[in-house]
Write a protein that binds this ligand. Structure first.
Ligand SMILES: [Zn+2]
Length: 228
């Protein structure tokens, strides 16, 4: 049972510490960075785009008004000099406004271009990152499935080994395992406890060997259950 528990612990540790998991975590950090940058640049780009649309809308209105005024001016329906002069003044003002708005559109476009480029570059990075993460996730899943299969075998073997061990011994074993680095029972090999690697004294050994085979022995040094 101790052998199976140690194997299960090793497998679970290996499952948690797959190198691909660390790599994946690093990629996910980088991905979060890209998301933050995208949100920030995207917001600035959207602000500029909104401003550009507002200026373009106003430009369209001014161009429409200008067309109407010019049609009236050359339509021949107005003949009073004073009125014609007023119209000309209005047309001149509209043309100045149009020129200012055209500058505004150009300015917004110029401001927007590098932001669009940045968004595109970040998007491309995200695509590459997503691809690599996807590949790594597949590798991790495969490795974990293999470990899970081994775990299943070990856990089944452990369940078979546990069968017949008295509950009191199990409780003691589990408590020792928690306290002693996952090892609750150790073998007595050539007079030595292979849990703490200390030799039993001659008297201890003599006492141990006198005990009936089903008696529960503990290592005097580390307290682990000794398996003869
Ligand atoms: Zn010991």
């Amino acid at each position: 049972m101790q052998d199976h528990d140690a194997a299960v612990d090793r497998l679970r540790h290996r499952r948690r510490t797959l190198p691909e998991l660390a790599e994946l975590a690093a990629l996910e950090d980088r991905g979060a960075e890209i998301e933050r940058a995208l949100a920030e640049v995207g917001e600035r780009r959207d602000d500029v785009a909104r401003r550009q649309r507002r200026v373009e809308d106003e430009l369209a209105q001014v161009e429409h008004k200008l067309a109407v005024e010019q049609a009236r001016l050359y339509g021949g329906t107005v003949s009073l000099i004073r009125e014609l002069q007023a119209m000309q003044t209005e047309i001149d003002a509209l043309k100045r406004r149009r020129s200012t708005l055209e500058d505004g559109v150009l300015e917004a476009m110029t401001e927007r271009e590098p932001l669009d480029d940045q968004v595109a570059a970040l998007d491309a990075q995200r695509v590459i990152l997503d691809e690599r993460s996807g590949g790594l996730r597949a590798v991790v899943a495969e490795a974990q499935a293999a470990i899970d299969a081994e775990l299943e075998v070990e856990l089944a073997a452990r369940a078979a080994a546990v069968d017949g061990i008295p509950p009191a011994v199990m409780t003691s074993y589990e408590r020792l395992r928690t306290r002693l680095d996952g090892v609750g029972a150790s073998r007595l090999v050539k007079g030595r406890c292979d849990g703490c690697h200390l030799s039993l004294s001659r008297t201890e050994l003599a006492v141990a060997l006198r005990e009936p085979p089903d008696a529960l022995l503990h290592c005097e040094q580390c307290g682990r259950i000794l398996v003869r």
